[in-house]
Structure formats: C-alpha cells, structure tokens
Design a protein around this ligand. Sequence first.
Ligand code: PLP
Length: 407
Amino acid sequence: MRNFISELEQRKKAGLYRVRRQVSGPQQPALTADGKELLSFCSNDYLGLANHSASIEALRVALSDTGLGGAASHLICGHHEAHQQLEERLAAFTGRSSALLFSTGYMANLGVISALAGRGDTIFSDQLNHASIIDGCILSRATVRRYPHGDVASLEAMLAETDGHKLVVTDGVFSMDGDVAPLRALAKVCREHDALLVVDDAHGFGVLGPQGRGSVAELGLSEEEVPVLVGTLGKAAGTSGAFVAGPEVLMDYLLQKARTYIYTTAMPPALALATCNNLDLIGQGGERRKHLQSLTDRFRQEAAALGYSLMPSGTPIQPIMVGDNQETLALSRALEAQGLLVTAIRPPTVPEGEARLRVTFSASHSHQDLDSLLQGLSDCCHLLGHRDVADDKARLNRGMVETCLYG
Ligand SMILES: *Cc1c(COP(=O)(O)O)cnc(C)c1O
C-alpha cells in the first residue's frame, strides 16, 4: 500500500501542504476566518454580490415560491421553470441562441469537453488552463496537445498538422494570471482550421465587456466566432452554478451527451431565480465595475512602486509573483499577521517555481481597504530577498512548454 503519511510529510516539507480556514458570517472583504477578523483580498466575488442585500431578499422571495431542493436531475423531473428562465436570461445576456445550466463550473467543463471530443479527436488546450479544463480533456479520451500560453502561432502550427475533429479550449481570463486570452486571433485560426472553440469565461463574466457580458462580448465576438461559451455563477454573479451558451444544435447535443449535466441533481430552483436577479445587478453594475477598475489600476501602480513583481493583468486578478513556495507562504503569513488575507498559490495550481500571492479585488473593497493592503505590502517588502531568481525561474518555466500527449 502507498505510504500516505509520508506523502503528507513530504508535502509539508516542500511547502505544499494545504489547510482550510473556517469562515464565519458572510463572504465580504471584512472576513471572519478561524475566529480572526481579517481584510480579505482573495475571493472571486468581484462585484460584491455574494452578500448583497437585494440578492438575499430575491432568494428569500424565490424560496417561498419554489421550495428548497432541486430534487431530481433535469432530464427526470428537476427542470424547473426557474432554471428555464435563467437559461433564457443567460443566453440573451451573452448574445447566444441558447444556454444550459450546470451545477458548477467544474462540472460544466468536464461535461462540455468530454461530450464535444472523444477518442480519435484532438483537443488543443492552453498551457495555463484551469484544472477543470485539464480534467475534462483527460475524461474525453481525446488526444490532448497543450500549446504555450496565449501563443496563437504555435497553436496554428499544431492545428495545421492535425486531421480529424479538433477542439480548442481556453480560459477567457486566466484564473491565476489574470490576463485575457487572445480571443479574436484564436477565433480566426479556429475558423481557418475547422476547429471548435470553447472559451471558459469564469473570471470575465460580470467583470469585462459592456454591461459585464464578459471577455467574449468585450471583443464583440459572435456565436459563429466563439461557438461554445462557458461561464460560472459563483464568482462575479455571486451565487453558485455555471452555464454553457451557444447554438441550439450544440446545446441540444450537450443535453443528450454531457454526463455531468445528465447524471446530477438540478441546482435549487430558488438559486436560479436569485441568479436572474443578480444578472440584473450585473447589467446595472457599471459603477461597480468602474470602482473595481480604479482599485486595480491604483494597486498596480503603487505595488509596482514598492518593488513587487506584478504580472501583465488588467483584470481584478493581480498576482504578485514570488517563485519559491516557502517564501510565498512566509509573505502570506506576514500579511496575515497584519490582518490581511492574501492566499499563497502554489504548484500544482500554478507551474513549478511560479508560486505567488493572488490578490483579487471586489467592488466591495474601499480605497481605504486598498490603503491597508499597500501598507502591509510596504511593511513586508524585506521578505522578498530572492525575487530576481524567482523571476528568472518563472521565465524559464514559461518558455519550456512541453506539448504533452496524454489520454
Ligand atoms: C473557478 C473556475 C471554474 C470552476 O467553477 P466552479 O463553479 O467554481 O466549479 C472553472 N473554470 C475557471 C477558469 C475557473 O476559474
């Protein structure tokens, strides 16, 4: 039998051991975690809708109409008019013909990818795609080829030498780097090489584009250009769940084939209604997004001036690159000692040698909250002794991407 205890010990030694914090009360910047009051900069609640009074009231009202549980899968008797309404709202909001709800983004990616590609097909996946995309690729049993992050020329060369059915999958906004995929160029090469493009806009939805319609809408890319659009509802939308949107034929196909859609209980219908309400708030959230951008812009300027190594991101995901696992943990702990919660992100969530702090902003943060973060970072500058080495390592890793084949 494997020695699980020693594997855990090794993880601890390598600075890779993970623990949970126990939160009490609502998710908001002023967070109670393990009984301590902290100012949090690590949630994905970009618009502050996870604890918005109108959203909570919408859920309360919806609960009395629909009851609590989803009770069955969509194809048995779980497909409630509340789900139908949310699907139609999501399709309209993203400018797509139709949409299909999933219970989480993880499930959506698993189901969508494994339904749209199979044995004998080829999936092309950005090197920095989210774990749920990687797992969806494995589950599909297709041949998987990873292309260097955002490198459309490399992707095109791979597409040109591949026959058969081709699927290209990318994050819209990369979850750990915060940069946006070159979606227009990706759409173009996919069209030229008859590949089906899947964009997972978990972090763009609600944040980017007109009315927060996402990274695909920001570039005005149509359903023909981006036929499969995945979005999640637990981040900017402030509730829970996910969706895929696109042409009716594809959505019908997924309804027949996506096993994570078919073999799972529908989300509580009240949650679907509350999410409809939050879609209104997202659409009207221009001021929230403007404030979010002003926090992001100010952070970039002032954290860079402190000597921190930021990444080329214009979104509310603002990683501080450190490199070494232990050093990243030390920085995170030092900030926590000052009442600031900024989690350390380590491999395998990010590539080896690219451990970082992942700072995220929410429209519920005030500029005074940002002052506190910057003060904390200023006080912790001295902890970053080996930053140059880390930077070099990071560049090295980014350069040597294997186009690995698995599955
Ligand atoms: C968070 C995330 C998911 C998973 O969504 P959940 O609803 O949390 O399961 C999928 N893709 C990306 C890019 C994400 O960041």
